[in-house]
Design a binder for this molecule. Structure first.
Ligand code: MN
Length: 382
């Protein structure tokens, strides 16, 4: 007999308002789904997936049957969205480990679509069994991004395959070899984005029970930020049938989709558009403020301050918006406006803009040279 023991845990996380993940674990199925879509639609999508897929998959006896079950689950989600327009565009990931009845016993199969993951922990060593169906991961598989670049790529959370897409579902489905004692960890990206593979392996290996392992994994994700919903299912094989299954299909991996092709995003489209609009608007405001501030400080003129001293000012006469003209520090004895000819006084009081600081200084020097020293004025204006 192929048997396992299991435990699961799910948490809304530290940031999100609702838990859009769903988990299901039975003696023959372990499933995690991570839903997406606004107005509670993500919760509906993941709930539909963990309800429909196990029901549709129980009659499967091969990988083709499991693929059909995923395709039918996709249709369940599309039908629900068609009946409830507020849920249009909802989607969900699905990762599952499934018992499959064969003529010679029960085999295990792995099903995946999206970026939820399945790991196997055996003797303290962890292996990721699923590939993420994200744009960045597809680029890594195609050799166009390094694994390191993918971890920080802005499109790393953009999914290329997910349930709820109108053009159909194409899951990865494979047989899964297991030994007694193997632990399979199924999780949403709320775990894998916060907790490293090595930490997952250490927690699973050290935990005295599966319940504690699943609780501790969720607790680690929350400790490390908990920026998303976190869901974990852990199953440990207690006995395994030796079943003959067909060898893996040798067909080459699917080429990555055209990056410009439409793909499902982590957030509902409307909020992405409004986020982009808001970001664009804020950028325009910042550019406008920077420009106006620069303009306010731009230019020089020679004028007279309230004490009757001739000054060079930076800015615009009378100020511009919130920017008041600043006195350019010259040092030396103050040049009194009363020491100038009446023509010069009139010119200076007009505060005409100068082409540059050099022009302002040249004009000021010229005024200084021609000024007659009025000793009485100097003593009253130290
Ligand atoms: Mn998630």
């Amino acid at each position: 007999m192929t048997r396992w023991e299991s435990a699961s845990s799910t948490h809304v996380g530290n940031v999100r308002e609702a838990n859009e993940d769903a988990v299901l674990v039975t003696p023959t199925m372990a499933v995690v789904a991570d839903g997406m879509g606004g107005h509670a639609a993500g919760e509906v999508a993941s709930a539909l997936a963990v309800e429909a897929f196990p029901r549709l998959a129980t009659t499967s006896h091969d990988l083709e049957g499991l693929t059909r079950a995923v395709v039918a689950t996709n249709q369940v989600i599309l039908d629900d969205a068609a009946e409830n327009p507020s849920r249009e565009g909802m989607g969900t990931t699905l990762v599952g480990v499934v018992h499959v009845d064969r003529a010679d016993g029960v085999a295990l199969a792995l099903v995946n679509i999206g970026d939820s993951r399945c790991y196997r922990v055996r003797a303290g060593q962890i292996v990721q069994l699923t590939s993420d169906h994200s744009w960045a991961e597809e680029m890594v598989r195609a050799g166009r991004l390094t694994a390191e670049e993918a971890t920080s790529h802005p499109r790393r959370h953009q999914l290329t395959r997910v349930l709820g897409m109108a053009d159909g579902a194409s899951p990865d489905v494979s047989w899964l070899a297991g030994e007694p004692g193997d632990v399979f960890v199924l999780c949403s990206d709320g775990l894998s984005n916060e907790v490293t593979d090595q930490e997952i392996a250490a927690v699973v290996t050290a935990a005295p029970t599966l319940e504690e392992a699943s609780r501790e994994l969720v607790a680690r994700a929350l400790d490390h930020g908990g920026r998303d919903n976190v869901s974990v299912v852990v199953v440990r094989l207690t006995s395994v049938d030796h079943v003959n299954v067909p060898p893996p299909d040798a067909s080459p991996p699917e080429p990555p989709k055209n990056p410009s092709a439409p793909s499902v995003r982590r957030r509902p489209r409307v909020s992405l558009v409004s986020a982009l609009f808001t970001a664009g608007f804020l950028a325009l405001v910042v550019i406008a403020v920077v420009f106006l501030n620069w303009y306010g400080h731009d230019g020089y003129y020679v004028g007279v301050d309230q004490a009757g001293v001739v000054q060079i000012y930076q800015g615009h006469e009378g100020g511009f918006l919130w920017v008041q003209p600043q006195v350019y520090p010259l040092g030396g004895a103050p040049l009194l406006v009363t020491s100038l000819t009446s023509y010069q006084q009139e010119q200076v009081r007009n505060a005409l803009p100068e082409a540059s600081l050099a022009a302002a200084i040249a004009y000021y020097s010229q005024l200084q040279l021609s000024a007659h020293v009025d000793s009485s004025a100097l003593t009253t204006n130290p």
